[in-house]
Write a protein that binds this ligand. Structure first.
Ligand SMILES: O=P(O)(O)OC[C@H]1O[C@H](OP(=O)(O)OP(=O)(O)O)[C@H](O)[C@@H]1O
Ligand code: HPA
Length: 184
């Protein structure tokens, strides 16, 4: 979906900044330290969930100073809506996961259906264990049962967010600040 420039600019001009660039960078640094403590001897395959995980991974991966392999998958269920639907596996995982530790990186744990499906898929493919790192955990009581993240950067209120990988109507993934859409 392509917006006219004034409409795309209005989104960010009217949005509320919930976390500044400095806060996001500090959160990613804390996550990196915790992941390094817990996983530096696990020789993991680190999967970025596209598209949302792109910015978090770009900042987090260089701070993980231990041996790992990088990969990506694309599972999507929001398209350009503000509520999620069926999961679309646009790019499934391609690596041999048998007996491996997997670390999933994503921008947001919202209702958790995306992560539930990704974790289940990794385990079906033979992964030994699956750990999850998300920049944002949205606080509400609509989570899929049993879905939690092992490493969380920030807990954020129950509003529709964008920035740092998260999009609103396909736009504004390309900021480090985390915003909430005006009125949502
Ligand atoms: O916890 P959930 O409620 O399942 O939502 C979280 C997922 O939703 C977003 O992806 P989206 O479906 O928007 O795909 P995209 O990143 O390709 O836009 C986000 O990047 C997470 O992967
Ligand atoms: O709040 C959100 N913003 C953007 N993408 C999302 N995917 C799940 N929740 C969100």
């Amino acid at each position: 979906m392509t917006l006219e420039l004034p409409a795309a600019n209005t989104i960010i001009d009217n949005a509320d900044c919930l976390h500044t660039e400095q806060e996001v960078i500090a959160a990613i640094e804390r996550m990196a330290a915790r992941i390094t403590d817990a996983m530096s001897s696990s020789n993991p395959i680190v999967y970025t969930i596209m598209n949302g995980g792109l910015i978090v991974s770009g900042h987090l991966l260089p701070k993980l100073r231990f041996p790992l392999e990088c990969s990506y998958l694309h599972a999507s269920r929001y398209r350009h809506e503000t509520s999620g639907g069926q999961i679309n596996w646009l790019v499934p995982p391609r690596d041999d996961m048998k007996g491996r530790t997997i670390l999933i990186i994503d921008d947001i744990l919202d209702e958790g259906h995306t992560l539930a499906a990704v974790i289940e898929d990794c385990l079906k493919r033979g992964a030994k264990e699956v750990k999850v790192a998300v920049l944002v955990d949205k606080k509400h009581d609509r989570k899929a049962p049993g879905v939690t993240a092992d490493f969380v950067g920030l807990e954020v209120e129950d509003r529709f967010l964008f920035g740092c990988g998260m999009d609103y109507q396909g736009y504004w993934r390309n900021t480090l600040c985390i915003y909430a859409v005006k009125g949502l």
